[in-house]
Design a protein around this ligand. Sequence first.
Ligand code: SF4
Length: 248
Amino acid sequence: MKAELLENKENTARILLEDTKVSLVNALRRSIINGVNTLAIEDVTIYKNTSFMYDEILASRLGLIPLKTPIELKGKGKFSFKLKEIGPKAVHASDLVPSDKDVVPAIPEMLIINLKEGEAIDLEAETAWGNGAEHSKFTPAHVFYHFYPKITIPNSKVKGAAKIASLCPVNILDGDKDTLSVKKGKLSECILCKACEDYAGSDVISVTSETNKIIFDIESWGQLTIKEILNEAVSTLEDEVKEIAQKV
Ligand code: SF4
């Protein structure tokens, strides 16, 4: 399998995978979703809650806050947070007071609750390690893939090219002066929606896909970096394959 990094931002990456199979790419996707260990809030002790929110809902919201996970501590230790607030106040993830400066909410501005005048919460929360197979709160990323697009324009001189180009939701078509083309370097951004083909007809512009080339997108929730997520997912996948081989 060949891999080329098409895009690499702080919490997202787009990778072009060639000479591969959908089954293998999907195994990697499933390993990221289900097989990577992260930290999340698991146990919550509520000393006071006079807010409109039931204790169970409050605890559930806390569990869904992505926590930065130091991978070198993998599987070790428990970390805790304290939260004592009184309204009126919008309480955010950044208001959680951590026991360890390295295990903090990955998205500090995430809203936990809007406390009204006089409403109060006082609680302690403890973390646990887990993976997405146990609970989706441990899943480190949103992952999806699609085939590499192939766009054929048999004759670039097209009456109404500007209109066709304007229909593209990701703006990758050029329709200047009745000449239709794909903007340079933008082909991989085609989302295969076929809006252009549906309007103009497949004799004017035809959109298909290359089944041996796959675009793989990862959007981290912030617990781990993209590199850490990929390393952990591949390592889990290797362990699973070894286990199967031993059992066969
Ligand atoms: S298939 Fe959709 S995204 Fe791709 S070029 Fe046509 S309109 Fe744009």
